[in-house]
Design a protein around this ligand. Structure first.
Ligand SMILES: CC(C)(COP(=O)(O)OP(=O)(O)OC[C@H]1O[C@@H](n2cnc3c(N)ncnc32)[C@H](O)[C@@H]1OP(=O)(O)O)[C@@H](O)C(=O)NCCC(=O)NCCS
Length: 156
């Protein structure tokens, strides 16, 4: 059965340390990709690749030994694309208070064995919150067009 959300929980291990003694930003990005992939693969029932990661914002540093929670949530679909909001929280294992460390919207495309895009089941926003999040995904998509045009010049 397709689910719109998925949650990953684990401990930030010493192997994830950065040069400042906190959790490495690259580790957090990898976890975001993994949570997004699990959510996307469940929705499309096949394989999916990351096509875009938008504006990752690191709000607060994360500490080694903390419990990490990634909440991935499908918020919009196109023909083959799945827009997934990922929030990363952490807390001391002894505490009850989660702190939001990071947020981003990551886009996956469902692909067939030939690596070409294939259509995905249509996402329907049912609740008011889901409708707001879908509008958020659509607004981000529109804002990105300007960024893409700017980057196009660099790629030439
Ligand atoms: C993802 C990929 C298959 C798309 O192929 P493509 O020929 O660009 O396909 P299309 O132009 O038909 O676009 C397919 C979908 O991607 C979306 N897309 C393409 N570029 C995008 C971008 N920069 N930002 C957001 N979405 C994008 C399109 O909007 C389209 O969505 P829709 O079907 O819902 O309308 C191809 O670009 C690819 O293989 N990229 C590499 C993926 C990868 O290696 N990821 C990292 C490891 S998983």
């Amino acid at each position: 059965m397709q689910e719109k959300t998925i949650t990953l929980r684990f401990l930030a291990e010493p192997v994830n340390v950065n040069f400042g003694g906190k959790v490495h930003g690259g580790s957090v990005m990898k976890w975001i990709d993994q949570a997004g992939y699990a959510c996307a693969a469940n929705w499309c029932g096949g394989y999916a690749v990351t096509v875009y990661v938008g504006g990752i914002r690191f709000f607060k540093p994360m500490l080694i030994g903390y419990l990490v929670e990634l909440r991935a949530r499908l918020i919009h679909t196109g023909n083959s694309s799945m827009h997934i909001s990922v929030d990363v929280f952490s807390k001391s294992p002894q505490s009850d208070e989660w702190v939001r460390n990071t947020h981003c919207v990551i886009i996956f495309v469902s692909v067939g064995p030939d690596g070409k895009p294939v259509n995905v089941p249509v996402y329907t926003a049912d609740t008011d919150e889901e409708k707001q999040l879908q509008q958020y995904a659509i607004r981000l998509m529109e804002l990105r067009k300007g960024i893409e045009d700017e980057m196009e010049a660099y790629m030439k």
